[in-house]
Design a protein around this ligand. Structure first.
Ligand code: ASP
Length: 317
């Protein structure tokens, strides 16, 4: 039996102009480590949920990415993180929003899915549940990343928010990204048993206010999985992905309209989102192990590996 694992580390204005050889090497190493962690679970016959938890945890631990360690700063100078996970075999799902000091928000989302009796926990309630479940915590300074702090300092006295991976769009109060770091993270997998799963984890947007929650933890918007169709993890300007209900829309196009995975991803990302001016992308896999990288931005940090030995890491369009 075969498996496929696909990961992303954020989509946006990722071009050779903002990279150099050292950064390319660092991103390559980070993405390959995440692939290796998930692949070892899948190779041993493990399930898709465990594999994507392993991959996303490695990306959360890497400050290159805007998730877990290295999450962006809110208007109040805090790191508030969102994450979700969904099991395509059972349609079980778990999500957390606005959590602080949780070392691996994806693991907390998984705990919510398996042990809370609920799907979506936020803020203090999520923290209380994390304590009860003995989820690993970390102090504020664990999450501190100088480059993201400097991005925030530049705009903290304004009402602008900044998409960590955005470079050139001034609409909707979003200011240009001047840093080199991009990166909500996500993983989707099809395991050897033909089950799919999806997970996404993010710090959201720099200078976000009012307890803003993006698409990443919202089941059906930034994250969705269903064995009948596909597993999807999104990255991009969350407000658009929320309104377009991106991940579930792709599943619906497959389920109700008979689209292939490739067709469904392209309709939503390259037509629907483009018309709304929603920038970003996604990764997707189906229960046959077919996969898609699809983005309407200049690039997306991404990678895949499969049981037949294929492995790929790429950044640019
Ligand atoms: N979609 C995430 C959000 O809006 C950000 C990202 O993908 O970088 O919170």
């Amino acid at each position: 039996m075969a498996f496929t694992l696909v990961i992303h580390g954020g989509a946006g204005n990722i071009t050779p102009a903002i990279m150099d050889a050292q950064l390319e090497a660092e991103y390559t190493t980070g993405l390959k480590a995440a692939l290796a962690a998930g692949a070892s679970v899948l190779r041993a016959g493990g399930n898709a949920v465990d594999a994507i938890t392993a991959s996303v945890s490695v990306l959360e631990d890497n400050p290159l990415f805007n998730a877990g360690r290295g999450a962006v700063f809110t208007k109040k100078g805090l790191n508030e993180m969102d994450a979700a996970i969904m099991d395509g075999a059972t349609l079980a799902a778990g999500a957390v929003a606005g959590v602080r000091n949780i070392k691996n928000p994806v693991k907390l989302a998984r705990e919510v899915m398996l042990h809370s009796g609920h799907v979506f926990l936020s803020n203090e309630g999520a923290a209380e549940f994390a304590l009860k479940r003995g989820v690993d915590m970390a102090p504020d300074d664990y999450f501190f990343d100088r480059s993201r702090y400097e991005q925030w300092v530049e705009i903290r006295d304004t009402d602008f928010t900044q998409l960590d991976h955005k470079g050139d769009n001034l609409k909707g109060g979003v200011v240009p990204n001047i840093g080199h770091k991009f990166g909500t993270v996500g993983a989707v997998a099809c395991d050897m048993h033909g089950n799919v799963a999806a997970a996404t984890s993010t710090g959201g947007m720099t200078n976000k206010q009012y307890g803003r929650i993006g698409d990443s933890p919202v089941i059906g918007a930034g994250t969705y999985a269903n064995n009948k169709t596909c597993a999807v993890s999104c990255t991009g300007h969350g407000e658009f992905f929320l309104r377009a209900v991106v991940a579930y829309d792709i599943s619906c196009l497959m389920e109700y309209k008979g689209c292939t995975l490739h067709e469904a991803c392209n309709i939503v990302v390259k037509d629907k989102l483009v018309k709304m001016e929603g920038e970003g992308g996604l990764i997707a896999v189906n229960a046959l192990g077919d996969y898609e990288f699809c983005f309407n931005s200049a690039g997306m940090y991404r990678g895949m590996c499969a049981s037949d030995g294929r492995e790929l890491v790429a950044f640019y369009g």
